[in-house]
Design a protein around this ligand. Structure first.
Ligand SMILES: Nc1ncnc2c1ncn2[C@@H]1O[C@H](COP(=O)(O)OP(=O)(O)OP(=O)(O)O)[C@@H](O)[C@H]1O
Ligand SMILES: [Mg+2]
Ligand SMILES: [Zn+2]
Length: 504
């Protein structure tokens, strides 16, 4: 007799349907799992065997074959424990047929408790798409599964509870649909930063248009402090953005069981010892890297020159395309990674190059070799190169009240609304992601602007890419100003963010 139990699998951050087929046949007792299982799936046998015994059922003494279809796709993880368990009970007539529109995922402990798994949200979304009406998941994953519309979710704590439910003896109540509540946790605020008006303005422009920023300055000038206050001026996440980012967090096992939806734009700040894999994703069981976890948010690389060169090089393609491709033995995998890059660095090894105190001890070639650690192609992808001067004594001591993040954010939001309207229906969210084909239309310059651009192009030795990036920034500055036309003053400000005395 062959029984088939519906389940789900995960490929990258997409779910797909898996059919778990169990067959009992005569012959020497054995228990085999086929259909490209990884080690964790093969180990299911021991967990299932023990869980069957612990729930009081008899473990079938026959030749057991479990096939995970489609057999050509590699199956990973422990989530098939539960469907294999159910398949065995049905094949052994301990349970009647399962509802045809139900699917099951979950890891089992030896005692039959159902443990949480990763990637529930993308699997639940797929279940809803392929006609599954009820989804049985580990209790701790239930809230997350209810984010998918159109399916009834049951959170299961242990197999006894599930068996009683399926036999109609003691029904489990469907999990209540989880609704996000406004997150009131305060974020670090721009009002804490004294002075630094120019840098704050640059961050406002960056937040308004989604542009990449590099902050350069001596130790203690406030670079890390400023960067960490960026989330407080970013526009709120739209629901679709929250769902996309939550899918990635789900696969990485980082969702919060009690509040599963990511509602704050991520701010990821990996340490400079991060490996290429931890930054861009990968591994035997592929996990999203920091650049995918920063999707729809900020990737902050503090002490940029200390990062491994190979790790930084992996950022190049994602910075252009908004996706990262991970190559694996079994084929390649594409994950979303559309993030705002914010970097901070000192101008030289000792840190004080250009400081008014003159205490830099580096020779000119030393300064140059330090700056050369950041490759040209990476620098070219960073729109704004901002010098952070040492804060002046007066500004620091006077402690006059500074503009708070809420006020900045109102301007950012207004500029974003203009962009949302401009790009309606295109899937583009902000000026930074405007494709070259739209630049002609939305970033037209008047004759004074043309002259300014030509002069800057020659003087700064711009590339085609940096030319386009300046135009996108100018578009954002005009949006902050509420202007449809890019005026020469808007363009001049954008150009200034690109010309830097230290990087030249
Ligand atoms: N403009 C400022 N207003 C208020 N506090 C400041 C300012 N600049 C620096 N500070 C104080 O100095 C501390 C150090 O700043 P921060 O860590 O941001 O410096 P940094 O530029 O990142 O230095 P490093 O190059 O050493 O990493 C801050 O935590 C804050 O207490
Ligand atoms: Mg710092
Ligand atoms: Zn120095």
């Amino acid at each position: 007799m062959v029984v088939s139990v519906r389940s789900l699998g995960l490929s990258g951050i997409s779910g797909y349907e898996v059919s778990v087929e169990c067959s009992l046949s005569g012959g020497l007792p054995s228990f085999e799992v086929v259909g490209l299982p990884d080690a964790a799936v093969r180990e299911s046998r021991e967990r299932v065997r023990s869980a069957v015994k612990n729930c009081g059922a008899k473990f079938p003494v026959s030749r057991i074959t479990v096939n995970l279809a489609p057999a050509r796709v590699r199956k990973e993880g422990t989530l098939y424990d539960l469907p294999i368990f159910l398949g065995l009970l049905c094949a052994a007539d301990e349970l009647k047929a399962l509802p045809p529109d139900a699917a099951f995922v979950g890891e089992l402990s030896l005692s039959g408790a159902v443990r949480g798994v990763t990637g529930i949200l993308p699997m639940a979304l797929h279940a809803a798409r392929c006609g599954i009406r009820s989804l049985y998941v580990p209790a701790e994953n239930a809230a997350e599964a209810t984010l998918a519309d159109g399916i009834q979710v049951y959170g299961v704590r242990d197999v006894n509870e599930l068996v009683a439910h399926l036999r109609g003896e003691a029904p489990i109540a469907p999990a209540p649909v989880w609704h996000p509540v406004a997150d009131q946790r305060p974020l670090p605020d721009m009002a804490d930063v004294m002075g630094q008006e120019n840098v704050k303005r640059a961050l406002e422009v960056a937040a308004a248009g989604g542009h990449n920023v590099l902050l350069i300055g001596s130790p203690g000038s406030g670079k890390s402090m400023l960067a960490r206050r960026l989330p407080s001026i970013l526009p709120p996440m739209r629901y679709e953005e929250s769902m996309q980012t939550t899918e990635i967090y789900s696969v990485a096992g980082l969702t919060d069981a009690a509040a599963p939806l990511v509602t704050h734009r991520p701010f990821r700040a990996p340490h400079h010892t991060a490996s290429p894999v931890s930054l861009s994703g990968g591994g035997t069981i592929p996990r999203p890297g920091e650049i995918s976890l920063a999707h729809n948010g900020v990737l902050f690389l503090d002490e940029l020159p200390e990062f491994d060169k190979a790790a930084l090089e992996t950022l190049r393609a994602p910075l252009e395309d908004g996706v990262v491709t991970i190559t694996r033995v079994s084929g390649s995998l594409t994950l979303p990674s559309r993030f705002m890059l914010v970097c901070a660095m000192n101008p030289c090894r000792c840190g004080w190059y250009g400081h008014p105190s003159g205490r830099c001890t580096c020779s000119a070639p030393q300064v140059e070799s330090y700056l050369r650690r950041i490759s040209g192609p990476l620098l070219d992808r960073i729109d704004m190169h901002i010098e952070v001067p040492s804060v002046e004594y007066d500004a620091m001591r006077r402690r006059t009240p500074q503009e708070d993040s809420a006020a900045v954010r109102r301007r950012v939001d207004a500029a974003r609304s203009r962009q949302t309207e401009r790009f309606a229906g295109t899937g583009i969210t902000c000026n930074a992601y405007m494709p070259p084909s739209m630049i002609g239309q939305y970033c037209a310059l008047d004759s004074a602007g043309e002259a300014l651009m030509k002069n800057a192009f020659d003087r700064l030795g711009l590339t085609g890419r940096s030319h386009d990036r300046i135009l996108r920034m100018a578009r954002t500055i005009a949006d902050l100003d509420g202007s449809e036309q890019i005026a020469p003053s808007h363009l001049a400000e954008a150009i200034q963010y690109r010309s830097n005395n230290i990087l030249k």
